[in-house]
Design a binder for this molecule. Sequence first.
Ligand SMILES: Nc1ncnc2c1ncn2[C@@H]1O[C@H](COP(=O)(O)OP(=O)(O)OP(=O)(O)O)[C@@H](O)[C@H]1O
Ligand SMILES: [Mg+2]
Length: 163
Amino acid sequence: MRLLTTVEDTHAFGRRLASVLRAGDLVVLTGPLGAGKTVLAKGIGAGLGVAGEVTSPTFVIARVHRADPHRGGHLTMVHVDAYRLGAVPDPRAEIDDLDLDAAMDDSVTLVEWGEGLVEQLADAHLRVHLQRRDDDAREVSLTPVGGDWRQRTTSLCPAESGS
Ligand SMILES: Nc1ncnc2c1ncn2[C@@H]1O[C@H](COP(=O)(O)OP(=O)(O)OP(=O)(O)O)[C@@H](O)[C@H]1O
Ligand SMILES: [Mg+2]
């Protein structure tokens, strides 16, 4: 667990996390409403050097941010917010319809509210959990699941249990 006291700390943590990311990665962002998942996604987008503002998509479920060479970018980032899928009868079918796996090999895919829905899209994933504390600081914890996520993330944050 690592403490992220301010918005800037969360953004900076996202930028650091971006430095270990590569094409094909799946990152599942978890935590309750307002925990800071989108702030973290903004930091990751900044670190990757992608085009376009990373925001909470209101009317879309997934947004593609191409690499912006002027920002030093070389990886596409796909930002998914599955929150609205919570209410549909078959969220898994909706995720399938997005055809995320088609783009995944060439991109970094970040998913908010996708726990239990998107893990099967990749052999391995990193779960990033954010929790708001009473004093408004955030706690972030990383759970590496499969692949070489553990090795790649130990320097960022002490790992929780995972495989
Ligand atoms: N340390 C912090 N890290 C991140 N956000 C913080 C922090 N302190 C305060 N905030 C505020 O908390 C809010 C986090 O909002 P954000 O949209 O990132 O949450 P979210 O987890 O994506 O929520 P949602 O589930 O609605 O998508 C922002 O308004 C941000 O300014
Ligand atoms: Mg969000």
